[in-house]
Design a protein around this ligand. Structure first.
Ligand code: NAD
Length: 348
């Protein structure tokens, strides 16, 4: 029987392994073609995975020859817009690696094409698919720490990649911060309003571009999100999920990105005028996310489920452009030295 999902995988580099392994586990999914601008990469991948599909160097031929209905875009960021546009125009749905695209104009254009063609376009934000961040989200959303006024994320890792990131102008903001900014949106449910960003390259950094940044985002409802990050911080690393502090008017939630989150909230029955109030610890329900797989597989499960249910995936392009706007506005602020408002960028 023919598979329901006939997939073209675009880009056969490192990350595509995870996507291909996932697709090969799904009984309703068949990889019908692998493409790469370097055809030999596609050929080697086909051999390595024991696939019998076609290999191509361009997307249009791959789709036309195979009758594919879904494209996995695992190419480099500068190719994402072109691949998404072609795939949707040729009738395919698209699941893409982050980032959605490299400019806000292109992100918005992808949303317009998805609407015009009626195709789905969803983005890989694997760090959302983690039972700990879901528990933290539930803790915040259920009001356990009260009305949230501040959220802070620290990300300090000494990462010696040695590849393209070492030469990028803004490796941290462009390649990594999308994850942390998207996590902040998930945890708070807030919409970004403005940002002031100072981006810099600390002494001793092995990156050519700016490997560190401090951002102050104003979010909806007056909430402030403070991001402090560095990719050239030796010693005492944070986790890749970042370290989080969320302060509400009844207490504070903490997540170090390694252990389960917890909160300390004001204990009931305290006297008026007490200088520092006694607090009690709350450990969250860890059942908020029992149903799903985690990481990349978790995000892919959600994308497929959304297609089944004819609804936008959680990381649909319409949602993801808010996280992208945070990255692109932070870059604009860093280069202009001014606070940047996000409303014009987000206008479709
Ligand atoms: N979600 C995550 O945690 C995570 C982690 C790493 C990388 N990524 C993302 O995954 C994507 C791929 O990263 P990677 O590390 O596999 O890169 P890579 O350089 O190893 O592989 C990319 C492949 O795409 C091919 N390619 C480039 N342009 C193409 C085009 N127009 N058509 C067809 N093939 C094309 C290249 O030849 C290369 O083989 C990037 O967008 C990156 O940001 C995400």
């Amino acid at each position: 029987m023919a598979s329901k999902y006939k997939v073209v995988v675009a880009g056969c580099g490192g990350m595509s392994n995870v996507w291909i392994d996932y697709a090969m586990k799904r009984p309703d999914t068949e990889i019908v073609a692998l493409i790469d601008i370097q055809l030999e990469f596609a050929e080697k991948m086909r051999e390595r995975k024991g696939l019998k599909c076609g290999v191509f160097s361009d997307l249009q031929s791959a789709i036309e020859h195979t009758g594919a209905n879904l494209v996995f875009d695992v190419t480099i960021p500068s190719s994402h817009f072109h691949i998404s546009k072609s795939a949707m125009s040729l009738g395919c749905n698209v699941f893409s690696e982050k980032p959605l695209a490299e400019t806000m104009e292109h992100c918005n254009e992808i949303v317009r094409i998805a609407e015009e063609t009626g195709r789905t376009h969803a983005v890989m934000q694997n760090r959302r698919y983690d039972p700990r961040i879901r528990s933290l989200r539930q803790m915040v959303a259920s009001g356990q720490i009260g009305n949230v006024g501040f959220i802070g994320a620290d990300f300090f890792i000494g990462a010696h990649f040695g590849g393209f990131r070492d030469a990028m102008a803004s490796p941290l903001l462009l390649d990594m911060a999308i994850h942390t900014f998207d996590q902040a949106r998930l945890i708070t449910g807030a919409v970004p309003v403005s940002v002031y960003c100072h981006e810099f390259n600390p002494k001793g950094s092995w990156y050519a571009g700016n490997a560190a940044a401090i951002c102050i985002f104003e979010m909806s409802d007056g909430l402030v999100f403070n991001y402090r990050g560095s990719w050239c911080a030796e010693g005492a690393p944070t986790s890749w999920e970042a370290e989080w502090r969320i302060v509400g008017d009844r207490g504070t939630a903490i997540w170090d990105g390694l252990n389960p989150p917890y909160a300390e909230v004001v204990a009931p029955g305290q006297e008026e005028g007490q200088f520092i109030k006694d607090c009690i610890r709350i450990d969250p329900e860890m059942s908020a996310f029992e149903r799903r797989t985690t990481g990349h597989d978790g995000c892919l499960d959600e994308m497929f489920l959304a297609l089944e249910e004819s609804r936008p995936a959680e990381t649909d392009c319409r949602d993801n452009r808010y996280s992208m706007a945070m990255v692109l506005a932070a870059l604009e602020s860093a280069s202009s030295g001014r606070k940047v408002m996000l409303d014009t960028m987000l206008r479709l």
